[in-house]
Design a protein around this ligand. Sequence first.
Ligand code: CTP
Length: 479
Amino acid sequence: MASLTIRKLDDAIKSYLRLRSAKNGRSVEEEVRVILREYLEGSPTPSGAALARVPVVPAEASASVPQPARRTGDGRITLIIGGGIAAYKSLDLIRRLKERHIQVRCVLTKAAQQFVTPLAASALSGARSYTDLFDAESEFDAGHIRLARDCDLIVVAPATADLMAKMANGHADDLATAVLLAATRPILLAPAMNPAMWSNAATRRNAEQLRRDGIHFVGPNAGEMAEAGEAGVGRMAEPLEIAASAERFLRPKPPQPLAGKRVLITAGPTQEAIDPVRYISNRSSGKQGFAIAAAARAAGADVTLITGPVELDDPKGVAVIHVESARQMLDKVEAMLPADIAIFAAAVADWRVAHEGGQKMKKTAGQLPPPLQLVENPDILATISRLKEKRPGLVIGFAAETEHLIDNAKAKLKRKGCDWIVANDVSPATGTFGGDRNTIHLLRREDGEISVDDWPVMTKDEVAVALIAQIVEALRTPA
Ligand code: CTP
């Protein structure tokens, strides 16, 4: 009988199991047993009001939920074999890809042919292998363009330091580099080189450049080198690992339930200047708002993120507008309307100083510190919630509280006029501000009442995906 190690399951499945088991008050193992039992009894879907609101992430809201690989042989890979001792493993990689019903066509660099032959690559792939940019037979119809485009993915294994340097600088002086330069499909590199070459500043620079250019990497791994007595990071990833990584690019794209929807999100703190060098702000990291932006994007939405100063990378595929103060944030939010959904996750400073100093304030010996007169900032959430024509269909606010969480959040929902409030306890003991986890209570207006759902502790990424899943659900069943 096979045994199942939950720790080794895919992250998305683990987080689904954690959420489900926490909601049902069962251990994860017990939950798996229940799911299997339900499946055998023909009722895999949980039913009943108690489970209806579990913040479970539907497959279509999460790009990371595993999907079955294609089985029809329609996945096509151009495999570029570079010149390194790891090239012998590329022959095994061809077998692993073929086992997965993936069509493989190989390109061998000149150096690769010192280690493996085009004949061996052809025999294993069942297709002609290519070696020469100036091959009259294949180049009469621009063969390098075909090799670059007639595939779903280009895999480079082994990717040598030299090949990476050429790619990073846009060289195209042989067939492999010409294919890579002409590529419009994703490229996956499996680097393999001596650890000193991998850690060399030039290679680090090139790898960084390639990542910025959108190239994907698998490995290199740590371990023994072909050179006797050498070990470190530089071993090519194992063929199975490369095949698994490649397969992810060949899966059908998950459905995008928010495709065509415009989502506006605020995030981070605001900074309110006192003078040119000082400001009032708060401890918000922006992580929750950024995670929501990424999750909305993954669900296919057209996302604009308006953020105060944070130390986070802009999420991919999201239009990010950086601002400092609450008034700038409001201006940008208004300028970006209309939107279908607006989520106000920013920790906007409630006050700014009435008279911002044009110059740095100076201490004067023997005098009291200058009094700071504060005035209230505009309330962005309340302003947008009260709009008539341009009000987004769904307006969601956050409530950051340190006491009386639910009561304060209910009052905020009413006061601000939004539709939902995501309430979270931000007292220092919870570690929410700046941390990676969050405990959420989702408050919604429903038929004149306010409903409250308590979610289990989750990472901010999980909260984001679960919130987007709830939004998708709400759009499906309009009130
Ligand atoms: N918010 C806003 N503009 C402000 C203040 C808050 O848009 N000037 C939004 C926040 O983005 C959040 C919600 O209002 O979605 C609640 O923010 P919070 O800081 O929890 O509450 P406050 O409005 O500041 O109220 P209090 O200080 O009483 O907690």
